[in-house]
Design a protein around this ligand. Structure first.
Ligand code: SF4
Length: 420
């Protein structure tokens, strides 16, 4: 039996880098140590429900994918939130070469990146939070459902260089639409009714800026609780803000996100350190937004016209393009459109030739004409991804994929080279 240490988990966007894996006979995973239940599930269940190729061999599958994409007028290139940075770049190159639409699943990063770029702020990481942050604010996220080790590995419990006692020296505020399970660890918890978000954040901003509780009745906190919250804020030196995806379905999501950016600016304007980090949905949701932004100044929903990017997200997004029957083929990489889009829109995929590259069988793969299995990212395939705080992380594969299964990079590279 061989033991491998410091494996990076690809179970969520935290990419914890401290997993230990025991392997028998070169390729059989027998033990996984250090991961949360989501990480363990990803590794142990990776071979169940594995996608089977639709063609006799991979060369044939790539040839057919090239034919479909080359003859389409406006193909949709979609997915990539669970892909490596290298694959995301290839996806963008394919979309540009064939004048297609490049889009990714809904993500909090689509708001974060352009808004954070607009302001002058030092980009801080989880390590800065761990070492120095004494007040942690969570907005619209239930850690116990999504980012299981955030509190224990990066933010609340661990001891840092300056915060030497960990949990005892950190105050926690949690704000969400319901009393979620992770609120048990919060000193201050606030539940909002949808529609109240801006009002609440504005009141919190004024309380911080004026260093006194703003008068006026509200249902969120009693005056005594507001005073306690303000007292804890005044005692702190570094307030970290984390925001999750519970606002994604809210039509005011952009305004709410902008108000939270202003909250961070207000905190800094009274002389405290602060940072704002999104807790992204998938392992590389951050990369799937950063890379197009770096290349084309747009995080998603890019319509290429004669190789030039057009970014009008309300009309150039995958849902609108499918709804209006504007796309005539689709290449989807490790993403289940049926879970992101209304059924009536996702069903439109049945009417066009669809190519699916992925690890597992999904509703989208079921309706795909061409299915191409890829090796499993972070387990059988390496590459780089962006951790949700924007730090680039290297993934190292530790077992081999079955014969004839290629990495997404190889598949996409061959498709890119093949298309005319
Ligand atoms: S918190 Fe995320 S990255 Fe860390 S072990 Fe769990 S699933 Fe893996």
């Amino acid at each position: 039996m061989k033991r491998i240490e410091n494996i990076v988990c690809t179970g969520c966007s935290l990419t914890c880098n401290d997993l230990v894996i025991d392997i028998e006979n070169e390729n059989k995973i027998v033990n996984v140590w250090g991961s949360c239940s989501h990480g363990t599930k990803r590794i142990k269940e990776m071979i169940t429900n594995r996608l089977k190729g639709s063609e006799t061999n991979i060369e044939k599958a790539i040839e057919r994918a090239v034919e479909i994409l080359s003859s389409a007028k406006k193909p949709l290139i979609y997915g990539f939130a669970n892909s490596s940075n290298e694959a995301i770049k290839l996806g963008l190159e394919i979309a540009r070469k064939i004048n297609g639409i490049f889009d990714t699943p809904p993500s909090i990063c689509h708001y974060h990146i352009p808004m954070i770029e607009e302001i002058e702020t030092k980009k801080l990481t989880f390590e800065d939070v761990l070492d120095k942050s004494d007040f942690i604010m969570y907005f619209f996220v239930d850690l116990s459902n999504t980012h299981l080790r955030h509190a224990s590995k990066y933010a609340i419990y661990p001891r840092g260089e300056i915060i030497k006692t960990g949990r005892e020296s950190r105050t926690v505020l949690m704000v969400d639409y319901w009393e979620n399970d992770s609120m048990k660890i919060a000193h201050h918890k606030i539940t909002l009714t949808p529609g109240e978000e801006l009002k609440f954040i504005k009141k919190l901003r004024r309380t911080i800026a004026d260093k006194k509780v703003v008068s006026g009745k509200d249902v969120w906190l009693t005056i005594e609780s507001w005073l306690l919250l303000l007292d804890d804020i005044k005692k702190s030196s570094f307030i970290s803000i984390f925001i999750g995806n519970h606002i994604l379905t809210n039509i005011m999501a952009a305004e709410i996100y902008r108000e939270i950016v202003k909250l961070m600016e207000d905190i800094m304007s009274i002389g405290l350190m602060s940072t704002l980090i999104p807790l992204a949905e998938n392992v590389n949701s951050m990369g799937a937004a950063i890379i197009p932004y770096k290349m084309f100044k747009a995080t998603h929903a890019i319509d290429f016209n004669n190789g030039n990017p057009v970014y009008e997200p309300s009309i150039t997004n995958a849902a609108m393009k499918l709804l209006n029957n504007e796309v005539d083929a689709a290449l989807i990489v490790e993403s289940d459109l049926y879970t992101h889009l209304p059924l009536s829109i996702a069903r439109k995929l049945k009417e066009i030739p669809t190519i699916y590259i992925g690890e597992k069988r999904t509703l989208t793969s079921k309706i795909a004409k061409i299915k191409i299995p890829r090796s499993i990212l972070g387990i059988e395939d390496g590459g780089k991804v962006y951790r949700t705080d924007g730090v680039e992380v290297e993934l190292t594969p530790f077992i081999n994929p079955p014969p004839s299964i290629e990495s997404e990079k190889t598949i996409l590279k061959e498709i890119l080279q093949g298309i005319r």
